[in-house]
Design a protein around this ligand. Sequence first.
Ligand SMILES: Cc1cc2nc3c(=O)[nH]c(=O)nc-3n(C[C@H](O)[C@H](O)[C@H](O)COP(=O)(O)O)c2cc1C
Ligand code: SF4
Length: 540
Amino acid sequence: MSNKNIRALSERKGLSDNLFENISELSLKDAVKEEFHELADRFHLDDSVVLGTSSFYDFLKPGNRNKKVHVCNGTACMTAGTQKKLIKELENHFDADEIGHAACLGRCHSNSAFMFNDRTYSAKNDEELKEIFSKKEYFQENIYQTACNTTPVLTSQIDDLKDFYALAEEFSGKPQQIIDELKVSNLRGRGGAGFPFWFKLDAVIKEQNDQKYIVCNADEGDPGAYSDMYLMEHQPHKVLFGMYISGKCVGADTGVLYIRGEYPDSIRTVRKAIDELKSLQLINDFNFKIIRGQGAYVCGEETALLNSIEGLRPEVRVRPPYPAQEGLYGRPTVLSNVETFANINWILKNGGKAYKKLGTENSTGTKLVSLDSLFKKPGIYEIEMGTPLESVLNDFGGGFTSVVKALQIGGPLGGIVPLSKIKELTLDFESLQNNGFLLGHASFVSIPKDFPMIRFIEHLMKFTADESCGKCYPCRIGSFRGYEMLKKAQDENYKLDRRLFDDLLETLEIGSLCALGGGVPLPIKNALQYFKDELKEYFS
Ligand SMILES: Cc1cc2nc3c(=O)[nH]c(=O)nc-3n(C[C@H](O)[C@H](O)[C@H](O)COP(=O)(O)O)c2cc1C
Ligand code: SF4
């Protein structure tokens, strides 16, 4: 069955009787084969389609679903070295086989993170665990610092929700004016690629179709990043407004938020904000739908995300066509990141010119950065683009709690920046890219001096191998081979052949279909360049 056919069959039931939600529900309740068959039958699909989807996701896989507790295996918890102790202490409360794993839970500011009863927690010791498990519904607030070094766009409070949404009236029937303001602002996508946002609206508006969609990418999979989580939990209306006005602009009446399952509180707060909108009757002509992710990093890639909502196996699609032409259910779709949408109200209220005054020529506005627990003041900071990184680290982060040799900025595909380079860099797309790094989602994961760099790059290759969607072989096979080589070099009497390893990186970089396989060579090359002396013993 081709993906096009499956997509069309999935669309017949649409978002209200959503195929992916049906598959998730059956998988989580450990349904028997017959129940999956019934579902497939109801959608006129082959059983292999629903089983193929179910087996893809971390929270739905037989080995990990229905565990009582899921321990974070994200990069920041790994470099902080908290998780071994946590697992040991959790074993005082659960059998070992009741403990599963989860990807980054967005508690990088505290670490010792785990998920229990659809809530996330950090617990430094057994006393804290006892307190959590002693109550039926224990709620631990997710506390971290927040501050801003300029005019706050994303971190300012909304004084009056009615006024906030009334702005949409001013732009009612003026789609070109919305696009013009956004074009002047030069707002670029915050999900990693930095694509001009106005261009997506312009492309979707030009498409002739009786159904169009707005999709918010709230899959924030980069370990170390929790800025989208901040926005959903503290500024949900900024995100919802951005989606709503985008819908008004292009003629879409439905917005889908794809929120990762590792952020249960974000799902709750966004749902509450949507209910608030309904009860206050602030918008009556637009529907929101939340789809809960089930644990797959690649679902952050926009086309895999669309396949996921549709209930297909979330493999990356070949582009073109782009989502603007053939997005959700093959319909024209504006798909953007949480933070991108969250900027829109401020821009339309204050004007594109005012926004452009913030930041640099090509990186306008502000950027949320996420600092991990090795900073003295971990948290989410709204920083004007172009700010020296040294200021971010010291004035906001307050320096480090122990000796740090490098930072991985921008997630697992972002650069490994040695501390000695920090003073040459500023927080914007160009500075990082021109120096061989990446802004990405602007998450900062600290790599302590005593954390072996070989282990760090092995972790990145393993992460890519685990999360690869399998569509293209350079990534599917290459990342696994890379992981094997790096592991063997540590565990056995085996030396890496530098030429072979460089060939592998080149194959990944130029032969992969998307930026997962294509992006992982960047941090590894940074490590090979800046930590040559430390790594030389592993090469022949
Ligand atoms: C492997 C992979 C993972 C990604 N993860 C995310 C993510 O978690 N959140 C996100 O917004 N974009 C992610 N992206 C980028 C999206 O594909 C897409 O560019 C983005 O959502 C577009 O929104 P923007 O223009 O507002 O940045 C990822 C890309 C790749 C290749
Ligand atoms: S690079 Fe990896 S994740 Fe991307 S399409 Fe290829 S196999 Fe899938």
